[in-house]
Design a protein around this ligand. Structure first.
Ligand code: DC
Length: 237
């Protein structure tokens, strides 16, 4: 029987914006008592911090970006605390979900130096315990040997509707058409960027959630995780 040492201690959940990754990854981690890692929050917080320091998130001068990253102290707390993420001792949790920050993060995440910096942070977080990590490139680049990989998809219309409802609940009134266009633009950027583009890992299990509710998708994910863990001799459930 194989042991967990042959794989990374990671349940990787990748997929496009609005595919339901965050909610599902969070619920899965809570049910299995594992650390939940939302890598999008890292791209968001870092991009917002850059913008607060007047560093361009589109084409920052290389030396300035290097200096910026060298002095950043990013702490990810996840479900260990009410705070998800802190930069230089300041809680960024509440201010990273807005529409503008999505745009900043989408641009900043295209830059290789930014991706290398956060990939390193993400690898360190999973070095000791089993984690549920969600993002765009977890199963392909950050942890190509994650013991279990899920790729969540859904039509852009369904994803836009979900995102629109979420923004409305937060009091951000925005047209559904705008959200749809935004999702399609972000998909285009995520899929076509040179470094770590969004794509399904060949060994990932794909779940299309367009016509499924959250409970159904969670049940499917749990089934896949259990089956994979058993096949690979990993005993944590
Ligand atoms: O999942 P999210 O919408 O919070 O992600 C914010 C942005 O960060 C999004 O444009 C994609 C990018 N991202 C990424 O490139 N790689 C990741 N692992 C996670 C997010």
């Amino acid at each position: 029987m194989m042991t967990i040492m042959e794989f990374s201690n990671v349940i990787a959940i990748d997929g496009p914006s609005g595919s339901g990754k965050s909610t599902l990854a969070k619920r899965l981690a809570a049910e299995l008592n594992l650390l939940y890692i939302d890598t999008g929050s890292m791209y968001r917080a870092l991009a917002l911090k850059a913008s607060e320091e007047s560093l361009s998130t589109v084409s920052p001068p290389e030396e300035e970006l290097k200096k910026f990253l060298a002095k950043i102290n990013l702490r990810y707390l996840g479900n260990l605390s009410d705070k998800l993420i802190e930069i230089d001792g300041v809680d960024f949790t509440a201010k990273i979900r807005g529409h503008q920050v999505s745009e900043l993060a989408s641009n900043f995440s295209k830059i290789t130096m930014v991706r290398d910096f956060l990939t390193d942070v993400q690898r360190k977080l999973a070095s000791e315990k089993i984690v549920v990590m969600e993002g765009r490139d977890i199963g392909t680049v950050v942890f190509p040997n994650a013991f279990c990989k899920i790729f969540l998809s859904a039509s852009s219309e369904v994803r836009a509707k979900r995102r629109w409802l979420e923004l409305n609940e937060r009091g951000q009134n925005i047209d559904l058409d705008v959200v749809l266009k935004d999702i399609e633009q972000r998909d285009h950027k995520d899929i076509n960027r040179d470094t770590a583009p969004l794509k399904k890992a060949i060994d990932a299990h794909e779940i299309d959630s367009s016509d499924k509710d959250q409970e159904q998708v969670l049940a499917l994910i749990k089934e896949i995780v259990k089956k994979t863990a058993t096949e690979k001799g990993i005993d944590f459930i």
